[in-house]
Design a protein around this ligand. Sequence first.
Ligand SMILES: NC(=O)C1=CN([C@@H]2O[C@H](COP(=O)(O)OP(=O)(O)OC[C@H]3O[C@@H](n4cnc5c(N)ncnc54)[C@H](OP(=O)(O)O)[C@@H]3O)[C@@H](O)[C@H]2O)[C@@H](O)CC1
Ligand SMILES: Nc1ncnc2c1ncn2[C@@H]1O[C@H](COP(=O)(O)OP(=O)(O)O)[C@@H](O)[C@H]1O
Ligand SMILES: [K+]
Length: 465
Amino acid sequence: MRRAHTVEQVRAAEGELLARLPEGALMQRAAAGLAHAVIDLLDGAYGRRVVLLIGPGDNGGDALWAGAMLARRGAAVEAWLVADRAHEAGLTALRAAGGRVAEPHPDHGADLALDGIVGIGGRPGLRDGAVAALRHLDGVPVVAVDIPSGVDVDTGELDGPHVEAALTVTFGTHKVAHLVDPASAACGVVHLVDLGLALPEPAVEALQPADVRGLLPRPASDAHKYTRGVVGVRAGSAHYPGAARLAVAGASCGLAGMVRFVGDAADGVRADHPEVVGEGRVQAWVVGPGGGDAAGEALAAALADGVALVVDADALAHVDAPFGVPAVLTPHAGELAAMTGADRADVEARPLHHARAAADHYGAVVLLKGRHTLVADPAGPVRATTTGVPWLATAGAGDVLAGVIGALLASGLSPYDAASAGSWLHGAAATLASGGGPLTAGDVARALPETVRRVLDPGMEESPA
Ligand SMILES: NC(=O)C1=CN([C@@H]2O[C@H](COP(=O)(O)OP(=O)(O)OC[C@H]3O[C@@H](n4cnc5c(N)ncnc54)[C@H](OP(=O)(O)O)[C@@H]3O)[C@@H](O)[C@H]2O)[C@@H](O)CC1
Ligand SMILES: Nc1ncnc2c1ncn2[C@@H]1O[C@H](COP(=O)(O)OP(=O)(O)O)[C@@H](O)[C@H]1O
Ligand SMILES: [K+]
């Protein structure tokens, strides 16, 4: 599991460790990890040109100490001080290693810039000195120290200018902004340097292949189709028959024992999936994709069964709070805005806030779709999905997602686990189907069994941030 903690949690954990370690030891660990990550990225230090952007606090201290290590290995290192003060011991170390301090200027020839403007002590936005210095670094890859300066660390929100990093090297644990958009999109690849912190339950977490492997249902040796769970799909309409077929395609990923379908598009559904049967008992319903005007009735019919639900698309407009049955609500930003009366732009700017608030309001798991989909439960950390590719932003992809989550719910996973593992698989299937190029929603559904096969193979590595 990738875990992300708040600034307050990090400060408390660091405080305990600082009291036991010699002064400066933690910063040395952080700076050494940072310098190694830079050397990896530059494929060496000797002869490379590195600019350090140095703010007033310990974040700048990390960058200065790392700069000193790079200078000792033969890099030409120049520190630009963008605040009214800078970490004294770090400055002394940089100078002693042959690095120099300079005013920001355009003729630096830098191969890379280190952003040590602010870390977890920073407020959103950047001050003028930092903005002016960054203008000279247009086109130069930036490695953010701990956090791309200017983002809101605990919410992942943006308010004013911020650094766009190619790589972020963080310390001790991930921070919320590394996982939650829009800030996480400014982090680039995120690399964690372990500091040995003892940390409490995280605020946000992201499943890794081993976590998904642990959650996925596997048929027992004496399994039959009913013990594996039956998922029902109530979807589609005369207007949107394709949504029914795509939701069924997701549900037919093989993770449940049987799929039932109720709706107008039964002929098309059976042409795609001859194994799909009609109305009957289910352990979970998927309601809403392409449901049109009949989505309210479909939701009422599914609710009458008293089983777990995935509520998507047109059915979301008929959800009352509190919802009262185990459920996953799967809005995109526009749908969540319509449900709660918020502005769509505000949902996109503050997805963590809105996902959490909606989960509390409805007393249900809310899966807010986006680049990093968020899964909020009324209790427990929010889960962010870091699998997937932008090609997945394609019509019908959400229908497939609803189907997969339904299959996992029917197999016995909790709404929280079904939503987060389903979203992870959906993103991973998109990456597999894309192979770097375009895809359709049907391609994502077809890639699901191979994605499951790969994740069940314990050799699969960590997913990227
Ligand atoms: N603690 C530890 O054990 C370890 C910590 N480590 C490192 O320390 C970092 C935290 O350092 P920190 O606490 O000194 O805060 P930091 O982020 O450098 O900010 C400093 C000052 O910046 C200012 N400022 C605020 N917003 C601003 C803005 N938008 N634009 C410009 N300036 C702004 C504000 O001061 P002000 O000017 O408002 O008085 C604020 O006080 C952490 O991220 C990690 O890198 C590692 O070494 C591992 C061990
Ligand atoms: N930039 C992006 N990168 C990766 N995935 C994305 C991005 N934008 C959207 N997605 C994903 O694409 C899917 C789109 O679903 P949705 O908006 O419901 O489409 P539809 O209603 O057409 O099925 C969601 O799973 C969402 O998380
Ligand atoms: K920084």
